[in-house]
Ligand binder design. Structure first.
Ligand code: MLT
Ligand code: ZN
Length: 468
């Protein structure tokens, strides 16, 4: 029997797509890659995933796990050969259970992140992972890419929010591990290998996730500052002054306000005069009626007196809060309106961030003067999206210099003890960067793990590691 016939025998009718129907699964959302799939499988149970993988392993056919397709590095897109099976987890989308007293829930890989947030909320709990694509990204993708977002400084990345995993291995065996334990010192952290592995070691089908007390009070402000150094100092002060209740702290450059105001309906500059940089600060507490607004206003007032903050606006309603967040969240979309650009996702220790921006901006001004720098992101995590934007006809010329720009900025990050991929992963886009910057011993261990778990190399071939 041919493989497609076998797969049809495993899946229900309509759960195996071929031909034109595969199109939505064959390119990434940034359209960096255009692949061709043998077929797209949409299994409805862990058992179906297991049988699919066993069949593909026997046939030596590559399998590309696919979630909400919101990744930045092409990790969920098949190659151009037309021989790889795309495995969509979209129909494994149940929250299996919620345990409010254990502060945990079990969600299947195809659950949309916002769905998990809502289920937690309904149980008076909080699932803190939060990112721009939360309305469409899936938990399996969040786990497989170790997603970050805007609450990492308080709650950690996806890896930190996991208690247990259920994984189907390349040969079809199921690794059961949906433990809800906070303590379990029983040998190697095997499950941890699959977090951030981008589907190259197996397929995560469900996870046991940590919950937190529901958020009852928040306070949000946009503070204008002179430079990223002032933002870093402000964050350190706010953490101490608020009993460590800072839940987000995002850096926005002046151009971020200008581009979102120009392209995104409903966005305008909330302050009267322009400033070079802004910090979007949010405090959050699980205590009802906590006077966070007063606390934030007072802390920003003191920072103003100290010359750290130049102006600030504190949101007085949910609507004003949403308007401030909209500025930050629309920057990627506003950038798309401006045409071609280069994206980077670097991290350095928080204390080294000002130096990175200063040296990075100087390099860009000297070597790519036509480009506009749009550096924004997660200051509290030392993570910036250090993006360059062309202007009209300059766009394509900028893209031709991608390698040179990437090298300069990634070398700069590495020199400051940083990373070339803070939260977007490796996928296909950054395989060469990983080879360049990972210590040789670590890379050798990664290849050894890959060979041990996927000896036939069927799991997401060519992602994270080059095929060997
Ligand atoms: C963000 O923080 O907005 C995303 O991670 C990066 C981006 O969209 O450029
Ligand atoms: Zn980000």
């Amino acid at each position: 029997v041919d493989l497609l016939g076998t797969l049809r025998g495993i899946l229900g009718a309509g759960d195996l797509l071929t031909g034109e129907a595969c199109a939505p699964f064959e390119s990434d959302h940034r359209r960096l890659y255009q692949g061709r799939a043998l077929a797209v499988a949409l299994p409805r149970s862990v058992d179906e995933v297991a049988r699919l993988l066993a069949a593909c392993n026997a046939a030596r056919v590559g399998v590309v796990p696919h979630g909400g397709n919101t990744g930045y590095c092409g990790g969920a897109t098949p190659d151009e050969s037309g021989t790889q099976l795309v495995l969509s987890l979209a129909r494994l989308n149940r929250v299996r259970s919620v345990d409010p007293e254990n502060y945990s829930l079990i969600a299947e890989a195809g659950c949309v992140l916002a769905q998990v947030q809502r289920v937690a909320e309904a149980a008076e709990r909080h699932f803190p992972l939060s990112l721009g694509s939360e309305g469409s990204c899936q938990i399996g993708g969040n786990l497989s890419t170790n997603a970050g977002g805007v609450h990492v400084l308080r709650y950690g990345m996806m890896r930190d929010l996991v208690l247990g995993l259920e994984v189907v291995l390349a040969d079809g065996r199921v690794l059961p591990g949906l433990t809800a334990l906070r303590k379990d010192n029983t040998g190697y952290d095997i499950r941890g290998l699959f977090l951030g592995a981008e589907g190259t070691l197996g397929v995560i089908t469900a996870a046991s996730l940590k919950l937190f007390p529901a958020i009852q009070s928040t306070a949000t402000a946009l503070a204008a500052v002179a430079d990223p150094g002032a933002a870093v100092t402000l964050l350190a002060r706010l953490r101490a002054a608020s009993g460590d209740s800072v839940s987000s702290f995002e850096l926005i450059p002046r151009i971020g306000i200008e581009l979102t105001a120009a392209h995104i309906p409903g966005v305008s500059d909330p302050l009267t005069a322009p400033h070079p940089w802004y910090a979007l600060c949010e405090l959050a507490s699980s205590r009802l009626g906590e006077p966070l607004d007063a606390l934030l206003t007072e802390a920003l007032g003191a920072a103003y007196e100290a010359g750290l903050v130049r102006d600030a606006v504190v949101a007085r309603s949910g609507r004003e809060r949403a308007a401030l967040w909209k500025i930050r969240e629309s920057i990627p979309e506003a950038q798309r309106h401006e045409g071609a650009g280069l994206k980077h996702d670097i991290s350095v220790p928080v204390s080294a961030l000002p130096q990175f921006v200063e040296r990075g901006a100087a390099w860009v001004a000297a070597h790519v003067p036509a480009a506009r720098l749009i550096a924004y992101g997660h200051v509290g995590d030392g993570n910036l999206h250090f993006n360059l934007q062309g202007r009209g006809a300059d766009g394509p010329a900028l893209l031709k210099r991608a390698e040179e720009v990437r090298r300069a900025l990634h070398d700069l990050a590495a020199g400051l003890g940083g990373s070339f991929s803070a939260e977007h992963g490796i996928g296909r886009l950054k395989v060469a960067e990983l080879e360049r910057y990972a210590p040789a011993t670590e890379l050798a261990l990664m290849h050894a793990v890959k060979r041990a778990l996927d000896p036939n190399g069927i799991m997401n071939p060519g992602k994270v590691l080059r095929r060997s």
